[in-house]
Design a protein around this ligand. Sequence first.
Ligand SMILES: [Zn+2]
Length: 130
Amino acid sequence: MTVARFWREIPQRYNLVGTKCETCGAVFFPPRTLCPHCRRDGKIVPCKFSGKGKVMTYSVIHSASDQYFDLKPYVLAIIELEEGTRVTSHVICEPDDVYIGMPVKSVFRVLDCDGPDGVIHYGTKFTSDV
Ligand SMILES: [Zn+2]
């Protein structure tokens, strides 16, 4: 089993976790500790997101920085999650295949690798959920 596959099979560690204001129901990702609507009256609790959402808008990136060189062109999108909050993320698909409103789901992937024996960063990306 590869290392990447090993990590992907521990989903609870890598689900999208943000926060939620129980007072007004607003959800936050990345997590916030203060509700901008309720301020000190807001009761903030952890919130696990389903990871399902849809593409609100996107860009196809043709000139990537060195660490993403192998990925270009790639799709960077603003995704609205089912819970109502938005996240900017890489979408794994052909640039011609992405469209506004495309259903997507979060997946766990290697984000980048700092050199041959360097640190490997893992994180959330999105793929088509059609
Ligand atoms: Zn609130």
